[in-house]
Design a protein around this ligand. Sequence first.
Ligand SMILES: [Mg+2]
Length: 223
Amino acid sequence: MTDYDSLILDFDGVLVTVLDSEARIEACCRVALEQLGTRDLSLSRETITTLAHSVSPERIDSLSEQLDTAPETLWQFRDDVLNTVLRDAARARTKRPFPDTAALSELTDVPVGIASNNQLRIVEYVLDEYEFADRFETVHAREPELASLVLKKPEPILLERVREDLGSSNPLYVGDKQKDIVAAQRAGMDVAFVRREHNRDRQLDYDPTYEIASLQELVPLFE
Ligand SMILES: [Mg+2]
């Protein structure tokens, strides 16, 4: 189905570059060790590394039991560390918009929103850093709290919220992970999977509506 009336974009890996996992973990460890000094928390490097990954609520619960620390405290620490790491990366230009985001300027009549599993404060910071925020009518992402994990894709909730804000009945969603495809399918949306350097070889168990190599390929879909 074409005749799309809006565009919903994932953030990391679609609009802006992602740090490679080694650099991200390294930065998380450095920032975490700095920030631990100001909090009543004692965490090993191994625990910090675990937290720096995309960690499940179940894993947080088991860590919390093991460390005798409230799960919420651990999670907020994790989100605060990533907040610092990713803001630093945006300022250092290692986290930056992909060049093909220029294609959005050819879609001036199309309402555009963002649905991200990242923290809202990080998404907004990066958009501001690149003076990019005006291009998006709405952004839905997470608050830095454990309760926000239920919103994460592959759940369709963030996509549905953006669709509602845009007053759209037939959006096209664009993501770079398999969970993006699943979230779009659950929300009843067509989905374009963008293949870039960081996900070039990723095998997919679900078929996206389109596979694209550049956001430029979205332009003809809206003509
Ligand atoms: Mg992504």
